[in-house]
Design a binder for this molecule. Sequence first.
Ligand code: BGC
Length: 773
Amino acid sequence: MKNYIQAEQWNIIENGFDSHLNKISESIFSLGNGRMGQRANFEETYTGDTLQGNYVAGVYYPDKTRVGWWKNGYPEYFAKVLNAADWMGLELRLDGELLDLNLCKVTAFQRLLNMKEGYLERTFTAELASGKQVQVKAKRFFSIANDEVAALHYQLTPLNFSGKLDLTSFIDGDVKNQDSNYEEKFWDEVSRVQGTKGTYLTLRTKKTEFDVITGVKTLVIKNDKAVELSIDTTNLEKYLSESVSIVLTENEGIDIYKIATNLSSQNYPAADLQARAEEVVNAAVAKGFDELLKEQAAAWATKWQEGDIIIEGDVAAQQAIRFNIFQLNQTYTGKDARLNIGPKGFTGEKYGGSTYWDTEAYCIPFYLSTAPQEVSKNLLVYRYKHLEKAIENAEKLGFNKGAALYPMVTMNGEECHNEWEITFEEIHRNGAIAFAIFNYIRYTGDVAYLKEFGLEVLIGIARFWKQRVNWSADKKQYVMLGVTGPNEYENNINNNWYTNTLASWCLKYAAEAAGIVNAEDPEQYQLIVAKTSLKEATEFADWKKISENIYLPYDEERGVFLQQDGYLDKEQILVKDLPASERPLNQKWSWDRILRSCFIKQADVLQGMYFFEDDYDMDTLKRNFDFYESRTVHESSLSPCVHSILAAKLNDGDRAYEFYLRTSRLDLDDYNNDTEDGLHITSMAGTWMSIVEGFGGMRVKENTLSFNPFLPEQWTSFAFTIGFRGTQFNVKVTKDEIIINTTSKELVHINIFNKLHPVSAGETVINYKGLLV
Ligand code: BGC
């Protein structure tokens, strides 16, 4: 746990340079625009500890799998989003001496991430070994107004000398992924073009053959006049530069601008990349850095207007939630249904930038409420596009007749994770994908989604569950053997309550969805029946029989659902009795010991109770919450938010707040000592959920928004903005009141503590304390 980020409402600020914190800050101050992104590496040379990271969404490499013991069914590769060319490089020599913060005395260092306007600014004064001092102010951003553009403005001023600056501006594509399995480099050079239109390097990924062009135009301005750079002749691999020598006068600064693009052959024919990149760069150059930044601020203003959360009375909490919202919006903008959300977004290599169930279980609620409907729809369509691959994936494992098993980890629909207990057994991800379809329709009312895309996916998933269960002659019920639930600290277990519950629900929902499509559009329904070769009578009957007769382990004595068969055979120890020195378990205990213990990595039974909360009364929820929470070590960042939401539902405000705190500043305070690897992007959506669904108690029930709010004692008020079916609602919660502002022209009804209230345009104030009984 660190505590060096200054708390401020709209800015993330690091004051002072501590090289030991550099990799953490590189993650925290990352930038992105959904299409590309970058860790907060320095523009100028830095020989200290750093993790260089530039990423282009959707451009990946199938890194050959590395496993100890090969098992049939394992995927051949692990797809990785690649470390791409660095467009912003500057080499700066002052009278021959290199500017490198690792070798300088650094003062007045500040890194500032302006979340309101979407830029990163770094200022410092550096004293070189010779005693020369320079002042630098560097500002850069990835435009979300035009997601093909990134821009940098680097100002350098000599403070106590006049002398020669040798400036080299470069693109360096000779980069490597730190997590490369065989120390391989993943790019080949295709072409290099340098001239008046800029510097352009085109690289091609090995095997996958994505072409990516990185183009830059560097402009240097001294005394209001442009300084010409000359093209360097270099034979360095995948490296292009231009340079100039300038005589600097004491206290007179120069301005260096780099306007850049990254375009990939995913979006343009490879043959057009050069021309298109030149167009993009030169149009952006014509606008100029300041104008581009204005557009950036305006685009971010729209994002904030759609989804800001305002917390009064706690600056650290305010900063944290904005940071989470900011990073989620930097990671995914929903413009392209081929893209998804890697658990680390564009902030690091871990998890390979691939898609996990995190998207459906955690991220979709955030985008449903804070972005246009298209955005969450595209996340669902992403899985629709992968349906064929999910069917192939299931076939590889021995399933048939259109059963679909979506991968646990994927880039293009193919499974690329290879630990048997996860790849083959953590099949609950299939259920989260079905649940997300239901959740999307519940929220948006877009039932048409089912006939367009959803039903086919649900049929494939239902078929998988049908084949994955077996009849137990002993239990006289259907059972599901050999699975791993969300709690990855148990493998190869039988009858994981969460997975069985989810499977039962999926089977029911798939049949229901078929009924809805048939009723709404019989013609389209028949097309789907034909396309999927659906044997309605027998398949529906099978689904119903299994759904209603699946075994759900339960302990009568304690009145709790059992996480899996035999869970109570384990020695029952509570987390509170674990010595602090033994945690985190995943670093302190052998895997064997973890598997034999009763400790739970993340919400498992409780994840199911969160999804299907209406099926359980409060007493049942409380018993299960108390039982499982006391055994949960929350060693996945996805865990606390579910606990926070359920604690809020149980009217346990203190615990709801305590769980919320565990994720809200997880990265800003480097709570788990792993921020240097990248940010926990998907758990950031969980933090948002803790506030909106937890403290705000927001749900959508029967096409109506409902709130059961409470205000954490530590805050004066909180307010969130959400979009719901074309109307924007700003909901402010104070100690006693809920104040709703809406754009709706018509009267709408909102449910507060189970009572409907009319809400019309403008402000409606409701005393919610008065509604509590
Ligand atoms: C969690 C998974 C999650 C993955 C990526 C793991 O530690 O246990 O549930 O999908 O991280 O965030």
